[in-house]
Write a protein that binds this ligand. Structure first.
Ligand SMILES: Cc1cc2nc3c(=O)[nH]c(=O)nc-3n(C[C@H](O)[C@H](O)[C@H](O)COP(=O)(O)OP(=O)(O)OC[C@H]3O[C@@H](n4cnc5c(N)ncnc54)[C@H](O)[C@@H]3O)c2cc1C
Ligand code: FES
Ligand code: FES
Length: 1294
């Protein structure tokens, strides 16, 4: 048997295969066996790019080395034999880092940093690709945006990432910055020469940038390694025996392949290994896995007069390159199919998946959504199967495909309708091929597929023009329509009956698009933009401000460099501890049922399983938790109330063994009724948390309605949203072995919450439990209370077994078990005058809380109190209800109800302006709050800046002229329409629960002059640690390098408020300032006595004089407080205001849109850190785009989440960012209510994404008007492609 051997970061790795299972991934090996934790695993299914590495292979046919960026989470470890793997750690060392790492760090392109290593590696891959293409005399296939399309970032909104790479000339893609002379033609040698601005204020120790040319040298060394390895590794029929008894076999020819197949009937073929199908098939324990990627016959490329033959083991990326070469060689008339295939490849998965997935795998994988298969049947590709003499076994093995390049092909057209522009499966895809042997006789071949359709193909030969054939009335179209209905996937139809209308409309529209293309040949069926324009007008530091004083300066995130180099450690990056166990949950598969029995017997037989944990392991009466009400069971005892509820846990020595075992636990149920999923179900069954019903009344609505004003009534819904923090919920609990002490390391936003709940459940005093958090890979509210459901079972298991226990959720489990934003149903009645001024508004708001109250009472309160958004409404009657449903308990999410409130109010104004046929911005203008107005609950709006933000945004965005352009565009275009919207926001800052408005800090000065800060905030990517360091530099008068924050820990600073509600900088900034001022006062006498002494000398003198150099600080927000009964008073410390204007272009035939421009004006006071604040604005805005337009959670009839991962749940990607994205800060005096006149900025800008929703609605309205449909129509959020398309094409009157 052979030894598995490869190189990682130029170091040789030899693996004892008998210890490695056949399903081991490269990512797991890098992280767990080599401690290379820079490679993150945020999804494990190829959908996020956080595990991107560069794999280099010796390519026998070309005698060259090929580099490709791939997803390590989808790469079978056995497939990397003989290769070189470069991880993010390979680009830096303790003395230097790569220019890409510097760019991403210092241009503020990291926030939580969890995605950063993946972006660095994708960018490095692009540079390598550009350099290789240049060396081969070709042009590079990828652009920056295609290279990054497989990398998700939930924090930044992508603009700074794109900017970082464009501005520093790290790639050849064109950008706006090119006009500033910074984008040129580079290769690896030149890249980084024209380095962008160096941040003068980097807190981390900057290292040298790797020398120009060092990449070339490294790649040269890698080539030498591969050449050497090739001699040892690339021998015929390599064979590994794995720990799971299967062999992994790598034939290099058909002959060897036949030999392998003949040896054993129970085999499984693998190529790229990217399909779910392949990984699942390993559970069937095949005797041999045959890796066909090196079979030479399957890597052939042959160009003949009539076809081009491509080997089945070529990757989709290699296919793309070959097709481009062929297009360049062939006459125009022969390239139609090739060009259509290239279009298909552009919208096929991501760069990383295309570099692994093969032609063969794509043809064979069972997926109705496969683009490749729709294209193959539509364009008449021929599949050639391998032939083995005397062996029937392998008759299904694809050897190659033939693509026709015949002159008879007159048109080839590929179209894919999907929810997200990039990296999404087709809802419906279509490939059309038209061949003609004579002028009159045409053959049309159309194949449809997609997630909504089972693939089918129709072929017709007619004596008619194609135009006639595809006209709406022709028999051919009727035939298509009838077949489409027969092929709709029944499961999809069950989930959503409107699928039928959507599929009908889409398929017809796709034909119309094809028809338009035939008419003028101009319609680009998938416009690609690589242009990014962005400006940022930010506030500046004060004139004459000393250099050491970092307040108001653009200081990069304090961990930015560690993020970019992969050195930043997150919870699961902590190496395995001695005796550690992994905890995997057993989850309910019913939404409402009694538990009859739980059988662990099969699970306990799995090697590595140590035991289980259930409610029986908890002290009597302690099986409940909750931050406000203890109404949720830690482990379901006798009944489950949602699908995905935790019933038990399996403890094992490895995550893989635990996962396998948890799947074997058998639970018997007795199902219960009713099952309540929606707000409507809850209303029907009167299922509410009635104790938290809420009302807000101002004036007398009924009197206004009686006065005969204009009145509109209606209903609208706002959907839920998954937090999709990149770091899944994680926790390690370590029993210290004495006095019941526990150390808990968690990815929480709420360390004190965990400390107190664990103390309560285990009946251990709080002072024996220390919770520590170094950093969190994104939280957005999802780790404020929901972290408890992970920490508590882990602590119970650690106590039971007396061993360290680690619990790290897979993305799927995380999405299934943790709550999300609530779903909203609202009913409204509004009275308004003829100018559109709202006179009275009545609204009932229903939100889904799920199976426990969690903190939903805070959400309903926020919605009701924020409902007027930025408008002065004289009469209001608002009611809020929390629905108790059979779903995982929902929780807060960035903005906690305020985004939905803003949406609901903007929807009211939109309805009114549509009804009155008035310009929406005018209707908004006349009722936006003015300085000194009062809110409905009586808080003064003294110094309100919302109207100033509004007028500034109107002018800086050139709203009026853009509006004219939009109208002009719409007059000229009948299927593409543009829309525009400008929307204001006014967001109250603070916790309505008064006690939470406090922060604390501990500041220690050491005698070498360095300072260590601890404070009660958690670094979740929002940059709070950086801002705290900035505060300390100002008060203490020392440079940032001297100040450090190690972690957040409950033994350093107790009783912390969760890091949420945008308050963390305000609260802890005040506390850090307080502690630093105290210390300064103590050392001031020594400063005065020794004016020439250094800081180090002064603190040493103070120490020698027995002065304490450690101080605590405390801050409570002044002038706050309201009466929760009457809802009158000052619930907020101040208001954060802003406005955004957005223009979109909508393809009304598919429902897909592009944001053309967004202009934001935001009041951040005198920003503590402009680059961090602008990052918060852009990131929050893009999260809002996800909420209102892209992200949709779908459940089946059993309440099972069908969209539990990035393959089906779509957060924005790099290509969803506005093509022009301008952000400016409102200039002015600053904010007297927060530290150094700043204003907080974490949540409010998310609300500005309403401008995208209403711009899309505006475009739909234009299309409806042009097609004589009612301009008043209802559009619920999220306005997904399906909803947009139906709104364009059906009569949905409000
Ligand atoms: C995140 C993600 C997004 C994706 N998006 C898209 C998309 O937008 N559009 C799209 O069309 N696809 C998409 N795919 C790709 C698709 O789903 C498959 O993963 C891919 O086509 C499989 O190719 P592979 O070489 O990795 O096959 P493998 O995973 O290696 O194998 C797949 C199946 O094919 C068999 N097989 C492999 N090679 C051969 C052969 N030569 N002969 C016979 N059988 C063979 C295997 O036994 C297995 O059953 C996506 C995949 C991922 C992971
Ligand atoms: S972890 Fe590999 S792509 Fe998400
Ligand atoms: S910085 Fe990209 S996910 Fe947090």
């Amino acid at each position: 048997m052979d030894k598995l051997q490869f190189y990682v970061n130029e170091k040789k790795v030899v693996v004892e295969t008998l210890e490695v299972s056949v399903d081991r991934t490269l990512a797991s090996f890098l992280r767990n066996d080599l401690d290379l934790t820079g490679t993150k695993v945020a999804c494990g299914v190829g959908g996020c790019g956080s595990c991107t590495v560069l794999i280099s292979r010796y390519c026998a046919e070309g005698e060259c080395v090929r580099h490709s960026t791939v997803n390590a989470c989808l790469t079978p470890l056995y497939s990397v034999h003989g290769t070189h793997i470069l991880t993010v750690e390979g680009l830096s060392d303790s003395k230097s880092y790569h220019q890409i790492q510097e760019a991403i760090a210092l241009e503020n392109a990291t926030q939580c940093g969890y995605c950063s290593p993946g972006f660095v590696m994708s960018m490095f891959g692009l540079q390598t690709e550009e350099s290789d293409a240049k060396a081969e005399g070709n042009s590079c296939v990828s652009t920056l945006k295609t290279a990054l399309q497989g990398n998700l970032c939930r924090c930044t909104g992508y603009r700074p990432i794109l900017d970082a790479f464009y501005k520093r000339s790290l790639c050849n893609s064109k950008c706006q910055a090119a006009k500033d002379g910074c984008c040129g033609t580079n290769d690896i040698e030149d890249a980084g020469k024209s380095v962008g601005k160096q941040s003068a204020y980097c807190i981390e120790n900057k290292r040298a940038i790797k020398q120009n040319g060092s990449d070339k040298e490294m790649l040269k060394r890698i080539k030498e390694i591969l050449l050497q390895q090739n001699l040892q590794c690339n021998k015929p029929l390599t064979k590994f025996l794995t720990s799971t008894k299967s062999s992994w076999v790598v034939p290099t020819s058909n002959e060897e392949l036949a030999k392998a197949i003949l040896e054993c009937k129970n085999f499984k073929v693998v190529a790229g290994g990217t399909s779910d199908e392949f990984w699942k098939s390993l559970a069937d324990k095949p005797h041999i896995v045959i890796d066909v990627t090196k079979v030479k016959e399957m890597r052939c490329v042959k160009l003949t007069d009539n076809y081009i033959r491509l080997g089945a083991s070529l990757t989709i990326d290699e296919m793309q390159k070959e097709l481009k070469l062929a297009v360049n060689k062939l006459s125009e008339s022969k390239t139609k199919v090739l060009k259509a295939l290239l279009k298909m490849i552009e919208v096929y998965a991501s760069g990383q998946v295309r570099k692994s997935a093969t032609i063969g795998g794509s043809l064979v994988v069972t997926s109705s959504a496969s683009d490749f298969q729709t294209a193959s049947s539509g364009f008449g590709l021929t599949t050639n199967f391998a032939k083995f003499d005397g062996c029937d076994n392998g008759s299904n093995i694809v050897e190659s495909i033939d693509i026709p390049i015949i002159e008879e092909v007159k048109h080839a057209w590929y179209e894919k309708v999907r929810r997200r522009k990039d990296f999404d499966l087709a809802l419906v895809n279509m490939a059309v091929l038209v061949t003609s042997r004579s002028q009159e006789k045409h053959k049309i071949n159309i194949s449809f597929g997609g997630t909504l359709l089972q693939r089918f193909t129709i072929a017709e030969e007619k004596n008619a023009t194609i135009q006639e054939l595809i006209e709406g009335t022709s028999d051919f179209v009727k035939l298509i329509k009838s077949q489409v209905l027969e092929h709709i996937c029944p499961e999809q139809l069950k989930l959503n009956p409107s699928v039928k209308s959507f599929v009908e409309a889409t398929t017809t529209n796709m034909l119309i698009k094809f028809g338009v293309h035939l008419t003028d040949g101009s319609w680009d069926n998938d416009k690609r933009y690589d242009i990014l324009k962005s400006t940022r007008l930010l506030t500046k530091s004060e004139p004459g401000q000393p250099k050491h004083d970092l307040v108001h300066r653009e200081v990069p995130h304090a961990s930015a460099i560690k993020h970019a180099t992969g050195e930043a450690k997150y919870c699961d990056d902590i190496p395995k501890l001695k005796n550690e166990l992994e905890l995997i949950f057993v989850l309910s598969t019913r939404p409402h049922a009694n538990i009859l029995s739980v059988d662990f017997s099969e699970a306990l037989k799995v090697p590595g399983v140590v035991g289980t944990v259930t409610h029986k392991d908890i002290l009597e009466g302690k099986n409940k938790f909750g931050l406000v009400e203890k109404d949720e069971e830690i482990f379901a005892s006798s009944k489950v109330t949602c699908n995905g509820q935790i019933i038990a846990g399996v403890l094992a020595t490895s995550r893989e063994a635990g996962t396998r075992a948890a799947g074997l636990v058998k639970v018997e149920y007795d199902e219960l009724q009713p099952v309540i999923f929606t707000n409507e179900d809850a209303i029907k069954h009167n299922s509410f948390y009635s104790a938290y019903d809420i009302k807000l009344v101002k004036g007398d609505c009924e009197a206004v309605f009686d006065e005969g004003n204009n009145v509109l009534t209606g209903e609208v819904k706002v959907g839920s949203q998954e937090h999709f923090y990149m770091e899944p919920q994680s926790c390690i609990v370590i029993p210290k072995g004495e006095d019941q002490e526990l150390e808990i390391i968690s990815s929480t936003q709420n360390p004190t919450g965990i400390q107190m709940e664990v103390a309560n459940v285990l009946n251990v005093p709080a002072h024996r439990i220390v919770v520590k958090v170094k950093r969190v890979g994104g939280g957005f509210g999802g780790k404020e209370s929901r972290c408890l459901m992970i920490a508590l079972p882990t602590a119970i298991a650690a106590q039971k077994f007396g061993r360290p226990v680690r619990c790290v959720l897979s993305r799927e489990t995380d999405m299934i078990i943790t709550g999300k934003r609530a779903t909203y149903l609202t009913q409204h009645r509004v009275a308004f005058d003829n100018d559109g001024r709202v006179l009275a508004l009545q609204m009932a708001v229903y939100i889904t809380a799920g199976n426990s109250i969690d903190v939903s009472m805070a959400e309903i309160e926020r919605v009701i109190v924020n409902l007027e958004n930025a408008y002065n409404i004289p009469n209001l009657d608002l009611k809020g209800y929390i629905c108790k449903t059979n779903a995982a308990s929902n929780t807060v999410f960035r903005g906690t109800g305020a985004p939905q409130a803003a949406f609901l109010m903007e929807n009211i104004v939109d309805m009114i302006s549509t009804y009155l046929k008035k310009e929406p911005s005018q209707v908004r203008s006349i009722q936006i709050y003015q300085d000194n107005d009062f809110t409905p609950y009586g808080q003064s709006l003294k110094d309100s800046t919302v109207f100033r933000c509004w007028t500034d945004c109107l002018s800086s965005s050139n709203y009026q002229s853009k509006k004219k352009d939009v109208e002009e565009f719409n007059r000229k275009n009948c299927y593409n329409k543009r829309g525009i919207s400008i929307n204001p926001i006014n967001f109250g800052i603070g916790y309505t629960a008064l006690h939470l408005n406090q922060g604390a800090a501990l500041v220690n000065i050491y005698t070498d002059g360095t300072v260590l800060i601890s404070h009660s905030g958690v670094e979740i990517g929002q940059g709070v640690h950086t801002k705290m360091i900035q505060v300390a530099t100002r008060v203490l008068g020392i440079p940032g390098e001297k100040v450090r924050i190690l972690e957040t820990a409950t033994d350093k600073v107790p009783n912390s408020t969760p890091s949420s509600a945008s308050m963390t900088s305000d609260l802890n900034g005040g506390a850090v300032m307080n502690a630093c001022e105290e210390l300064l006062a103590r050392i001031q006498p020594y400063k005065q006595k020794n004016p020439g002494a250094t800081w180090e000398e002064i603190v040493t003198q103070a120490y020698m004089d027995r002065v304490s150099l450690s101080a605590t600080g405390f801050y409570k927000v002044p002038e706050m407080g309201w009466d929760p009964e009457t809802r009158v008073g000052n619930p907020w410390s101040y208001f954060s205001s802003g406005a955004a204007a957005t223009v979109v272009e909508l393809d009304c035939l598919t429902g897909q849109f592009q944001i053309l421009s967004t202009d934001i004006v935001m009041d951040v006071g005198k920003s503590l850190n402009p680059s961090i604040d602008v990052g918060q604005i852009e990131g929050a805005f893009m999260q809002g785009v996800g909420l209102f337009l892209l992200e949709e959670l779908v459940y089946d009839e059993n309440g099972r989440l069908c969209t539990a991962g990035p393959v089906t749940y779509k957060i924005p990607t790099v290509n969803d960012t506005p093509l022009e994205f301008n952000v400016s800060f409102l200039t002015g005096d600053g904010n007297p209510k927060a530290i150094y006149s700043s204003k907080t900025v974490g949540e409010p800008p998310l609300l500005l994404a309403t401008s995208v929703f209403f711009a899309v609605k505006d475009a739909i309205r234009a299309y409806r008007e042009a097609n004589n449909k009612d301009r008043n129509f209802r559009l619920d959020s999220p306005a997904t492609v399906e909803k947009i398309l139906l709104a364009c094409h059906t009569i949905l009157d409000d």
